[in-house]
Design a protein around this ligand. Structure first.
Ligand SMILES: Cc1cc2nc3c(=O)[nH]c(=O)nc-3n(C[C@H](O)[C@H](O)[C@H](O)COP(=O)(O)O)c2cc1C
Length: 216
Protein backbone atom coordinates (compact mmCIF):
# COMPACT_ATOMS: atom_id res chain seq x y z
CA UNK A 1 0.00 0.00 0.00
CA UNK A 2 1.38 3.42 -0.94
CA UNK A 3 1.26 5.84 1.94
CA UNK A 4 2.95 8.87 0.47
CA UNK A 5 4.78 10.18 -2.54
CA UNK A 6 8.19 9.61 -0.97
CA UNK A 7 7.98 5.99 -1.98
CA UNK A 8 10.89 4.48 -3.85
CA UNK A 9 11.02 5.47 -7.51
CA UNK A 10 11.19 2.47 -9.86
CA UNK A 11 13.12 3.19 -13.03
CA UNK A 12 13.89 1.04 -16.06
CA UNK A 13 16.65 1.94 -18.48
CA UNK A 14 15.76 0.74 -21.99
CA UNK A 15 18.71 1.02 -24.29
CA UNK A 16 20.34 -0.26 -27.41
CA UNK A 17 23.90 -0.33 -28.70
CA UNK A 18 25.81 -2.33 -31.28
CA UNK A 19 28.75 -2.60 -28.92
CA UNK A 20 29.25 -4.35 -25.59
CA UNK A 21 31.11 -2.43 -22.92
CA UNK A 22 31.06 0.68 -25.14
CA UNK A 23 30.07 4.21 -24.23
CA UNK A 24 26.34 3.44 -23.96
CA UNK A 25 26.92 0.53 -21.57
CA UNK A 26 29.16 2.71 -19.42
CA UNK A 27 26.69 5.56 -19.49
CA UNK A 28 23.69 3.51 -18.39
CA UNK A 29 25.72 1.91 -15.62
CA UNK A 30 26.61 5.37 -14.31
CA UNK A 31 23.01 6.58 -14.57
CA UNK A 32 21.76 3.44 -12.83
CA UNK A 33 24.35 3.73 -10.08
CA UNK A 34 23.56 7.37 -9.41
CA UNK A 35 19.81 6.68 -9.27
CA UNK A 36 20.35 3.71 -6.95
CA UNK A 37 22.60 5.77 -4.67
CA UNK A 38 19.75 8.28 -4.44
CA UNK A 39 17.39 5.50 -3.33
CA UNK A 40 15.70 4.42 -6.56
CA UNK A 41 15.08 0.84 -7.65
CA UNK A 42 16.67 0.50 -11.10
CA UNK A 43 16.74 -2.15 -13.78
CA UNK A 44 18.12 -2.10 -17.30
CA UNK A 45 17.02 -3.92 -20.44
CA UNK A 46 18.55 -4.00 -23.89
CA UNK A 47 15.88 -3.33 -26.53
CA UNK A 48 14.79 -5.81 -29.13
CA UNK A 49 12.56 -4.56 -31.91
CA UNK A 50 9.93 -7.27 -31.42
CA UNK A 51 10.07 -7.83 -27.66
CA UNK A 52 7.07 -7.70 -25.33
CA UNK A 53 7.31 -4.53 -23.25
CA UNK A 54 4.41 -5.17 -20.88
CA UNK A 55 6.96 -5.42 -18.03
CA UNK A 56 7.38 -1.64 -18.05
CA UNK A 57 4.00 -1.39 -16.31
CA UNK A 58 5.95 -2.04 -13.11
CA UNK A 59 8.05 1.11 -13.45
CA UNK A 60 7.41 4.77 -12.69
CA UNK A 61 10.07 6.15 -14.99
CA UNK A 62 11.38 4.85 -18.31
CA UNK A 63 14.83 6.11 -19.30
CA UNK A 64 15.41 5.40 -22.98
CA UNK A 65 18.34 5.95 -25.24
CA UNK A 66 20.89 4.66 -27.69
CA UNK A 67 23.82 5.72 -29.83
CA UNK A 68 23.54 7.20 -33.30
CA UNK A 69 25.13 5.25 -36.14
CA UNK A 70 25.23 6.75 -39.63
CA UNK A 71 22.77 9.47 -38.66
CA UNK A 72 20.13 7.06 -37.35
CA UNK A 73 19.32 6.19 -33.72
CA UNK A 74 20.35 2.60 -33.08
CA UNK A 75 17.94 0.27 -34.79
CA UNK A 76 16.56 -1.97 -32.03
CA UNK A 77 15.26 0.99 -30.02
CA UNK A 78 13.72 2.66 -33.08
CA UNK A 79 12.37 -0.72 -34.15
CA UNK A 80 10.77 -1.29 -30.76
CA UNK A 81 9.03 2.08 -30.99
CA UNK A 82 7.80 1.30 -34.49
CA UNK A 83 6.91 -2.39 -34.33
CA UNK A 84 6.37 -3.59 -30.78
CA UNK A 85 3.89 -2.83 -28.01
CA UNK A 86 6.43 -0.47 -26.39
CA UNK A 87 4.58 2.72 -27.34
CA UNK A 88 1.36 1.38 -25.87
CA UNK A 89 3.00 0.64 -22.53
CA UNK A 90 4.75 4.00 -22.52
CA UNK A 91 1.43 5.84 -22.40
CA UNK A 92 1.21 7.82 -19.15
CA UNK A 93 4.79 7.00 -18.23
CA UNK A 94 7.37 9.53 -17.17
CA UNK A 95 10.13 9.33 -19.73
CA UNK A 96 13.72 10.52 -19.94
CA UNK A 97 15.71 10.36 -23.18
CA UNK A 98 19.39 10.22 -23.96
CA UNK A 99 21.48 9.83 -27.06
CA UNK A 100 25.16 9.04 -27.24
CA UNK A 101 26.71 10.47 -30.38
CA UNK A 102 29.65 12.38 -31.72
CA UNK A 103 27.83 15.20 -33.53
CA UNK A 104 27.49 18.71 -32.13
CA UNK A 105 24.55 19.09 -29.75
CA UNK A 106 22.56 21.38 -32.08
CA UNK A 107 22.66 18.82 -34.84
CA UNK A 108 21.81 15.99 -32.48
CA UNK A 109 18.85 17.95 -31.10
CA UNK A 110 17.49 18.81 -34.52
CA UNK A 111 18.22 15.62 -36.46
CA UNK A 112 18.59 12.66 -34.06
CA UNK A 113 16.45 13.36 -30.99
CA UNK A 114 13.28 13.86 -33.12
CA UNK A 115 13.68 10.26 -34.31
CA UNK A 116 12.70 9.24 -30.77
CA UNK A 117 10.40 12.12 -29.89
CA UNK A 118 8.15 11.70 -32.91
CA UNK A 119 6.90 8.52 -31.19
CA UNK A 120 6.42 10.21 -27.85
CA UNK A 121 4.31 13.25 -28.69
CA UNK A 122 1.87 12.64 -25.85
CA UNK A 123 4.37 11.61 -23.21
CA UNK A 124 5.78 13.60 -20.37
CA UNK A 125 9.51 13.95 -21.04
CA UNK A 126 11.24 14.65 -17.73
CA UNK A 127 14.67 15.26 -19.22
CA UNK A 128 16.57 14.74 -22.46
CA UNK A 129 20.31 14.71 -22.90
CA UNK A 130 22.73 14.42 -25.76
CA UNK A 131 25.92 12.90 -24.43
CA UNK A 132 29.15 12.83 -26.41
CA UNK A 133 31.57 9.94 -25.87
CA UNK A 134 34.02 12.23 -24.02
CA UNK A 135 31.28 13.16 -21.51
CA UNK A 136 30.39 9.59 -20.54
CA UNK A 137 32.65 9.64 -17.48
CA UNK A 138 31.77 13.20 -16.49
CA UNK A 139 30.06 12.90 -13.10
CA UNK A 140 28.45 16.33 -13.43
CA UNK A 141 26.69 15.35 -16.66
CA UNK A 142 25.30 12.17 -15.06
CA UNK A 143 24.38 14.04 -11.88
CA UNK A 144 22.46 16.74 -13.82
CA UNK A 145 20.57 14.18 -15.87
CA UNK A 146 19.58 12.14 -12.82
CA UNK A 147 18.62 15.27 -10.89
CA UNK A 148 16.33 16.44 -13.70
CA UNK A 149 14.70 13.01 -13.84
CA UNK A 150 14.11 12.93 -10.09
CA UNK A 151 12.79 16.48 -9.99
CA UNK A 152 10.46 15.87 -12.93
CA UNK A 153 9.24 12.68 -11.29
CA UNK A 154 8.45 14.48 -8.04
CA UNK A 155 6.58 17.19 -9.95
CA UNK A 156 4.51 14.55 -11.72
CA UNK A 157 2.57 14.01 -8.51
CA UNK A 158 -0.36 16.28 -9.11
CA UNK A 159 -2.08 17.75 -6.08
CA UNK A 160 -5.83 17.61 -6.60
CA UNK A 161 -7.60 18.70 -3.41
CA UNK A 162 -5.95 18.84 0.00
CA UNK A 163 -2.63 17.04 0.01
CA UNK A 164 -4.11 13.99 -1.71
CA UNK A 165 -2.39 13.16 -4.98
CA UNK A 166 -3.42 10.94 -7.86
CA UNK A 167 -1.31 9.12 -10.40
CA UNK A 168 -2.31 9.55 -14.05
CA UNK A 169 -2.95 5.80 -14.30
CA UNK A 170 -5.38 5.89 -11.35
CA UNK A 171 -7.20 8.91 -12.77
CA UNK A 172 -7.47 7.31 -16.18
CA UNK A 173 -9.00 4.17 -14.67
CA UNK A 174 -11.49 6.14 -12.61
CA UNK A 175 -12.42 8.50 -15.42
CA UNK A 176 -13.06 5.62 -17.82
CA UNK A 177 -16.24 4.92 -15.80
CA UNK A 178 -19.44 6.92 -16.51
CA UNK A 179 -19.30 10.29 -14.68
CA UNK A 180 -21.86 9.26 -12.04
CA UNK A 181 -19.80 6.24 -11.05
CA UNK A 182 -16.43 7.92 -11.35
CA UNK A 183 -17.55 10.65 -8.90
CA UNK A 184 -18.67 7.96 -6.45
CA UNK A 185 -15.43 6.01 -6.85
CA UNK A 186 -13.41 9.17 -6.27
CA UNK A 187 -15.35 10.03 -3.12
CA UNK A 188 -14.95 6.46 -1.81
CA UNK A 189 -11.22 6.56 -2.54
CA UNK A 190 -10.80 9.89 -0.76
CA UNK A 191 -12.50 8.37 2.30
CA UNK A 192 -10.40 5.20 2.06
CA UNK A 193 -7.20 7.25 1.69
CA UNK A 194 -8.04 9.38 4.71
CA UNK A 195 -8.83 6.33 6.84
CA UNK A 196 -5.59 4.63 5.88
CA UNK A 197 -3.23 7.58 5.90
CA UNK A 198 -2.67 7.38 2.14
CA UNK A 199 -1.65 10.54 0.30
CA UNK A 200 -0.93 9.18 -3.20
CA UNK A 201 -3.55 7.21 -5.08
CA UNK A 202 -2.34 4.67 -7.63
CA UNK A 203 -4.11 1.74 -9.35
CA UNK A 204 -2.76 -0.47 -6.52
CA UNK A 205 -4.57 1.69 -3.96
CA UNK A 206 -7.73 1.25 -6.05
CA UNK A 207 -7.27 -2.54 -5.87
CA UNK A 208 -6.60 -2.39 -2.12
CA UNK A 209 -9.70 -0.27 -1.57
CA UNK A 210 -11.84 -2.67 -3.60
CA UNK A 211 -10.49 -5.64 -1.64
CA UNK A 212 -10.93 -3.95 1.73
CA UNK A 213 -13.73 -5.24 3.99
CA UNK A 214 -15.81 -2.10 3.35
CA UNK A 215 -15.18 -2.28 -0.41
CA UNK A 216 -16.02 0.75 -2.51
C1 LIG B 1 29.94 3.04 -37.22
C2 LIG B 1 29.65 4.32 -36.46
C3 LIG B 1 28.85 5.30 -37.02
C4 LIG B 1 28.60 6.49 -36.31
N1 LIG B 1 27.78 7.43 -36.86
C5 LIG B 1 27.53 8.57 -36.19
C6 LIG B 1 26.67 9.57 -36.74
O1 LIG B 1 26.16 9.46 -37.85
N2 LIG B 1 26.45 10.68 -36.00
C7 LIG B 1 27.00 10.85 -34.76
O2 LIG B 1 26.75 11.87 -34.15
N3 LIG B 1 27.79 9.91 -34.20
C8 LIG B 1 28.08 8.78 -34.88
N4 LIG B 1 28.88 7.82 -34.32
C9 LIG B 1 29.40 8.02 -32.97
C10 LIG B 1 28.62 7.17 -31.96
O3 LIG B 1 27.26 7.55 -31.93
C11 LIG B 1 29.22 7.34 -30.57
O4 LIG B 1 30.58 7.01 -30.60
C12 LIG B 1 28.50 6.48 -29.55
O5 LIG B 1 28.95 6.88 -28.27
C13 LIG B 1 28.75 5.00 -29.75
O6 LIG B 1 28.10 4.23 -28.76
P1 LIG B 1 28.56 2.75 -28.34
O7 LIG B 1 29.96 2.88 -27.79
O8 LIG B 1 27.59 2.29 -27.32
O9 LIG B 1 28.53 1.94 -29.60
C14 LIG B 1 29.15 6.67 -35.01
C15 LIG B 1 29.98 5.68 -34.48
C16 LIG B 1 30.22 4.52 -35.18
C17 LIG B 1 31.12 3.46 -34.56
Amino acid sequence: MTRDNDRQMKAIILYDSRSSGGSTDRLIDSIGQQLAENGAYVEKARCKANADYSFIREFDVVIMGAPVYYMVVSSQLLGALLQSNLKRYLRHKNIALFLTCGSPEAMAQSVYMPQLKIHLMRNRILSEKIIAPHQIDDEDVIYDFVEEIEEGYRKSFKPRGGDLQWSDEALELIESAPPFFSDKIKAALVAYAEENGIRYITPEVLDDARASPKGM
